[in-house]
Design a binder for this molecule. Structure first.
Ligand code: ZN
Length: 82
């Protein structure tokens, strides 16, 4: 199952756009892909991206800053492998 680039999904009223795929090795050392979705934070409207397996729909509704209100972000993920 694959997604077309820039295809859209609306989950619980929130719009997500597929912006790409990332090769990924899962917990069983099996090569798979992660679907990257772009959306906007339900709190502040900032754009953010989230990843799912090809069979999942995205469920994240907020940017990194608002994902865990009251919780300090101490480890910002940097996914810059190229
Ligand atoms: Zn936000």
């Amino acid at each position: 199952m694959s997604r077309e680039l820039f295809s859209e999904e609306v989950v619980n009223g929130q719009r997500y756009v597929c912006v790409g795929w990332i090769p990924h090795i899962n917990k069983r050392d099996f090569p798979t892909i992660v679907i990257q979705w772009a959306s906007r934070c339900a709190d502040c409207g900032a754009s953010f991206q989230t990843g799912t397996t090809p069979k999942q729909l995205p469920g994240k509704r907020r940017c990194t800053e608002h994902a865990s209100p009251g919780k300090r972000v101490t480890n910002i993920q940097q996914d810059q492998a190229s």
